[in-house]
Design a protein around this ligand. Structure first.
Ligand SMILES: Nc1ncnc2c1ncn2[C@@H]1O[C@H](COP(=O)(O)O)[C@@H](OP(=O)(O)O)[C@H]1O
Ligand SMILES: [Mg+2]
Length: 261
């Protein structure tokens, strides 16, 4: 399944880079967020591949939801797709945007791929194994290596959104003991924590499940946790009426685990 996710994400990424080179046109969606031709074309590529390989698994995707075409009942298993996460960063000409494909099973993100086409890097996670690799101009994955989260250092690195500066998230960070902060766009934040390059990613406003599922799958497979504000692992599919997700904090390694060592 990861192989299908990777091939679909790489094909979608090629479309996104082509649209960028051609000067992708932007429109504004009903929720006031931007969408480009690249979002829609890339999503169509991924949907076609998923339905061809796995016709029985329902798919929920960002632009499909915008068009009111998502299955709306809670499913035991479904794919979540955000073909272009970080649309604002993409439009601004930055390189921090990603293609995201994930499988939810029994409320958990159990497999996921995040591809950053402009950075030429791809992350994957399933079960208890996560990997990063480089994507060549021909769309092949090279130098794939396993990744793990790192032990919490004395001065942890916290990641927050580049383009959405939320006071709720800042208030949470203000209470965190000494740390450094880095601003990173899109689901790359999950991948950097998964790789052991950062330690914590708090998100104290509600996003959509498709924004986070693939990155969360990579993080969990690399040894990290994504906790809701009740301290329990964040669950997907609890309320699929608009595919929102609760507020959360990701840790590469939770401070309680460090204290127990
Ligand atoms: N205040 C806000 N307004 C609009 N979208 C927001 C938002 N806060 C977060 N988002 C969502 O966060 C995603 C980008 O994440 P980040 O802020 O971490 O870079 C966007 O995904 P899309 O680009 O897929 O629409 C968007 O859905
Ligand atoms: Mg998104």
């Amino acid at each position: 399944m990861i192989d299908t996710f990777e091939k679909a994400a790489i094909a979608a990424g090629r479309e996104i880079l082509a649209a960028r080179a051609a000067g992708a046109r932007v429109s504004i969606k009903s929720d006031s967020t931007p969408v480009t031709q690249a979002d829609r074309a890339a999503e169509a590529i991924i949907l076609a591949r998923l339905t061809e390989q796995f016709p029985d698994v329902p798919v929920v995707a960002e632009e499909m939801a915008e068009d009111g075409k998502c299955p709306n009942s809670t499913q035991a298993s479904y794919f979540l797709v955000d073909a272009l996460d970080g649309t604002g960063d993409f439009i601004a000409g930055r390189n921090e945007f990603t293609v995201n494909v994930a499988l939810i099973r029994d409320l958990k993100p159990v497999a996921g791929v995040v591809y950053a086409p402009a950075l030429g890097r791809i992350w994957s996670g399933a079960g208890l194994k996560a990997h990063v690799g480089e994507v060549t101009a021909e769309g092949e994955i090279r130098n794939r290596r396993e990744i793990r989260t790192r032990a919490l250092p004395k001065t942890p690195v916290a990641l927050v959104s580049l383009s959405h500066r939320e006071p709720e998230t800042q208030a949470w960070l203000d209470k965190l003991p000494a740390h450094e902060t880095a601003h990173i766009g899109s689901s790359l934040k999950f991948c950097l924590v998964a790789e052991g390059k950062a330690d914590v990613y708090p998100r104290l406003v509600c996003l959509h499940q498709w924004d986070i599922a693939a990155g969360d799958a990579v993080l969990r497979a690399a040894g990290g946790v994504t906790l809701g504000l009740d301290g329990n692992p964040l669950e997907y599919g609890v309320d699929n009426s608009d595919f929102g997700c609760g507020r959360f904090v990701c840790w590469g390694q939770h401070p309680d685990a460090a204290a127990a060592r």
